[in-house]
Design a binder for this molecule. Structure first.
Ligand SMILES: [Zn+2]
Length: 453
């Protein structure tokens, strides 16, 4: 028998935060026949005659069917409803898709002959979600360095297996991988045969595996200008050795980066930067209006170079764990329960999660615009943690999802795939920012505590 370990209470809880996120997506609630009923607005579209989904959760036994649920417009017209099984025993109602907010009244006469519950159905966006599968390299924080190195070398072997294994799948569901830290590729090359390396590079050229330009996740504010540019030495060597071009860079789990980074990246033609900053309690962003930085923006350096930036920011310390919180490393059913509500929350609230999510110990944020677009970059990892392995489950989920739903459309992507798509769709809408994006953790670098007398 396994018992739960005795652990200290923490100020955050992923389960509570997920429940809060689903609350954000709640379109109506009430009591019918003494049983509490909740209606969740889902960003889900079924094809054919377009229908969108509403999730109905009723406390107690499932002693009624979709045919027992009646929906009427304000004018009293009956709304045609098809019922399908929803997540975790709920009922999912498919109703004709709306193109403007529409208020409805829901009744379940089998439970209550008189009472109804009001709800507002919002239009569903035609989302494309680029799932960027990667592993956050963190040397020595979760395990000794040698263990972490061995893991990352093994991960790249798994990538070859998974590319082969999904070769016959629809393009969106083919395994893809972004090598977040180029140092792990260098270590892998040193330990593998030239034939195996050649196969890997072939997949890079074919767009199934992405090599990104930075060697690891450094606190770039500690670099001199020369050192900052030297960070790209490995990328230059790989480019010259294998003839592959670098278009993107990733930075994960540090709180910011120095203003000269776009200049260094521009030297080898990198146009895209994907960051998942660890704000660790919102320290600096909170004080400097950082919540007003959009997820997608152009960042221009004082010298005039620029990169298109995606900032995974949902919110604060959570960052690169977002895909895990939504269940992409767990099961199709978990994604089915979380993703449609997450998209509703993202499209309507400042952040899709409430305070209490991992890393967020502060107050709620109210003065931030909800996410405005229908193309999304979503980091996914093989588990909730650093140094997570590549997994087949994401490709399985994408295949099943796209067979079931018209939108959101899921796709396993490289960072480059997302950025090219976003640039094409959003030309003219992307705001530009200038200035320092400093990493406040470096304030203690090189400091030594004063000795008490
Ligand atoms: Zn880390």
């Amino acid at each position: 028998m396994t018992t739960k370990a005795l652990i200290a209470a923490t100020p955050w809880s992923a389960d509570k935060a997920k429940a809060g996120m689903v609350d954000f997506a709640t379109a109506g609630r009430g009591t019918l026949g003494g049983r509490s009923v909740r209606v969740i607005a889902e960003q889900l579209l079924r094809g054919g005659p377009r229908r969108q989904a509403i999730r109905v959760e009723v406390d107690g036994p499932a002693d009624f069917a979709a045919a027992d649920v009646h929906l009427r417009t304000d004018g009293g017209s009956s709304v045609p409803v098809e019922g399908v099984d929803g997540p975790a025993g709920s009922l999912r109602l498919l109703v004709p898709a709306v193109d403007a907010p529409t208020t409805l009244r829901l009744a379940i006469p089998a439970l209550d002959a008189d009472a109804t519950i009001g709800l507002t159905v919002e239009p569903v966006r035609e989302w494309t979600i680029h799932l960027v599968h990667h592993s956050h390299l963190d040397i020595g924080y979760t395990d000794p360095q040698g263990t972490v190195l061995a893991e990352h070398v093994a991960f790249l072997d798994s990538c070859l297996d998974l590319v082969r294994q999904t070769a016959d799948r629809p393009d969106d569901a083919k395994f893809r991988w972004a090598v977040e830290s180029l140092w792990s590729f260098e270590q892998w090359v040193a330990a593998r045969s030239p034939e195996r390396v050649a196969e890997f590079v072939e997949y890079v050229r074919a767009g199934q595996i992405e090599l990104t330009a930075l060697p690891y996740n450094l606190h770039t504010d500690t670099c001199s200008t020369d050192e900052l540019h030297e960070l790209l030495r490995l990328a230059r060597t790989v480019r010259d050795t294998y003839g592959v071009e670098f278009t993107s860079a990733m930075q994960t789990d540090v709180p910011g980066t120095v203003a000269g980074l776009p200049d260094a990246l521009a030297q080898i033609g990198v146009r895209y930067l994907s960051v998942a900053h660890n704000w660790a309690g919102r320290s600096v962003p909170h004080l400097n209006g950082g919540q007003h930085l959009p997820r997608l923006f152009r960042w221009r350096s004082p010298a005039g170079n620029s990169v298109l930036v995606w900032m995974t920011d949902s919110p604060h310390g959570l960052a690169y764990m977002e895909g895990s919180v939504l269940g992409f490393d767990t099961s199709y059913e978990e994604v089915d329960g979380m993703l449609p509500a997450y998209l509703t929350a993202l499209a309507t609230k400042p952040y899709p999660f409430p305070p209490g999510m991992f890393g967020w110990h502060g107050d709620a944020v109210h003065d931030r615009e909800p996410y405005p677009w229908d193309v999304l970059h979503l980091r996914v990892q093989g588990m909730f943690g650093d140094n997570a392995p590549p997994r087949l489950i994401m490709a399985d989920t994408v295949a099943r999802w796209n067979e079931t739903w018209l939108y959101p459309r899921l796709r396993l992507s490289r960072n480059e795939d997302f950025f090219r798509d976003a640039e094409e769709r959003l030309a003219g809408q992307i705001r530009e920012f200038e200035g320092d994006w400093g990493d406040w953790w470096v304030e203690a670098s090189g400091a030594v505590p004063a000795r008490s007398p």
